[in-house]
Write a protein that binds this ligand. Sequence first.
Ligand code: 1CP
Length: 355
Amino acid sequence: MTTTSTVRRDLVNAPLLVAASGQTPARTPVWFMRQAGRSLPEYRKLREGVPMMQACFDAEMIAEITLQPVRRHDVDAAILFSDIVVPLRAAGIDLDIVPGTGPVVAQPVRDQAGVRALPELDLDVLKPVADAIGLLIDQLGEVALIGFAGAPFTLASYLIEGGPSRNHERTKALMKSDPETWHALLGRIADYTTEFLKLQVSAGVDAIQLFDSWAGALSEKDYREYVFPHSQRVLAALAYAGVPRIHFGVGTAELLPAMREAGADVVGVDWRLPLDEAVRRLEAAAPAAPKPVVQGNLDPAVLFAGWDVVEREVRRIVAEGKAAAGHVFNLGHGVLPETDPAVLTRVAELVHSIR
Ligand code: 1CP
């Protein structure tokens, strides 16, 4: 890793950005969703006694945690250490990230009055995030920095359910029974998400990822009617910046063309669908569009299966990724907390070595 001081980095040849634009980079870029976090002992040590939400509003801590996996794994991208609920908290919504559970919202939003009561986002509160990005781009050299935000549907699920949910039943009930309130709520969240992403882009991130982690809970028809317009508005609002927009969800095999159409430059794919099949579906849905670029898709659980299995799966995925105009190697979802980080380092090395 090179260290520059004040000069804006020249990332024209950064493998992640080359692949994202549909060109062939010198090596296949690789990073891991949730690469910063509990799989790393140095992360656990730094976070000792520091609540998640405190860490997310401390510029030095954000920068240090973001850099930890870069130092270890020789990945081609850092992802900003933050959380999808950070802009909601910055807006003054009473929520916390509870260890072992995830985001918990004190007063779930389930009606028109709740939507009307949602506060404006206070960008000043997010200054530590912008400051952290400033610190990071000085230190990352040729490693790209990915900013991110939660997509309107996934954030709506936390706000409506009040916390993590397996079936998203209250979310779907509101969506189907009161579309007016639903669209007002998603519109409001789309504003938060857009402002959070714009702040990150202004501060200097090189790419952004929109996490619609739970969108796979929807049929394509419902996705298009209730979610697509809001995610599309977010992604369109970022088009001015010229940074690649990655759009990811879990269990989205049936939604991939719609998620691309929403305005993605790179389509994230989970492990349920081989990348060549994902490319085939994307091409069939939009024959006139440029050849798609994909990101993914090693099953995070495979990292527990021993090196021979891991190596076989990585080689298969790199080969299947050749069907796309560009391939960013990643897991199909986040690193699981019990993962041996040494295996991640080896995966990055292997991906880079395959020609
Ligand atoms: O104390 C801790 O360490 C809490 C664990 C943790 C961490 C490390 C949470 C709570 N969030 C994070 C950081 C985080 N969250 C990152 C860091 C950057 C990186 O990737 O290295 C990112 C990208 C997120 C995004 C996020 N938060 C998503 C989208 C990505 C995904 O995994 O699908 C979602 C759904 C969340 C909500 C959330 N935050 C935390 C948890 C445990 C959860 C999931 C809860 C649930 O199952 O609903």
